[in-house]
Unconditional design. Structure first.
Length: 222
């Protein structure tokens, strides 16, 4: 959010509008909800730390995880078109977000056009991230390919934040990962065990390290 929230120069003056529409909210506990599905759009968020899962309820009231958001990524930006949130955003573990009021930021954008321009660039970047995520999983038919694509994708998305391009601390449960990938819990556990046995990955608690990145990339067809 730096491009939107940092002070800008206008009329030979440095203007800091952040206090008008920005504040940091710390999500102190696991499972805290940022917003509920189908409620009116009021704010947009950028993840500062931690992970958020995006959930939709089906007709049977079952929860389907349709996305994950990591540091530097936006939450709720797609509601700009719908005017209502398309999913429920839930924190996984201790997380924090940068929260921006849509109404107040729009007013700031009218006063200082560079704010609006930076916001459009931010949305374009998020669109690119969403497209990359879609490409990561499309056409993957086997559980092995899905898990390999998942691990490569989330580590790539977090590399600038964690400083590592081959490992990540992943607080998601196996049930949550299985839900997101559309796999049975037993199938996911079997593939995780297979990857460890073949020394493609190493799992230590919540930390996952990729050992054979080339083999995983070939398996995921990246």
């Amino acid at each position: 959010m730096n491009s939107v929230c940092q002070p800008v120069t206008a009329l030979n003056q440095s203007i800091d509008l952040a206090d008008s529409y920005l504040h940091r909210r710390i999500v102190a506990k696991n499972s805290e909800v940022l917003f509920q599905q189908s409620t009116p759009l009021t704010d947009m968020y950028a993840v500062s730390s931690g992970i958020f899962k995006l959930c939709q309820q089906n007709d049977g009231d079952d929860e389907n995880i349709i996305g994950l958001r990591f540091p530097g990524e936006l939450i709720g930006e797609d509601a700009l078109y719908l005017k209502t949130y398309n999913y429920t955003a839930v924190a996984i573990g201790d997380s924090s977000v940068c929260k921006v009021s849509i109404e107040q930021m729009s007013a700031c954008g009218k006063l200082v056009p560079v704010i609006q321009q930076n916001f459009i660039e931010l949305l374009s970047r998020q669109s690119h991230v969403r497209q990359r995520n879609f490409q990561a999983y499309i056409g993957k038919k086997s559980a092995d390919s899905l898990l390999a694509a998942f691990l490569l994708n989330i580590i790539e998305r977090n590399a600038s934040y964690t400083g590592s391009d081959d490992s990540i601390h992943l607080p998601l449960s196996r049930n949550e990962v299985a839900n997101f990938l559309g796999l049975r819990r037993e199938t996911l556990s079997r593939v995780f065990s297979k990857f460890q046995k073949e020394q493609l990955i190493q799992v230590d608690g919540k930390k996952i390290q990729l050992i054979e990145i080339d083999k995983l990339t070939k398996l995921a067809d990246f």
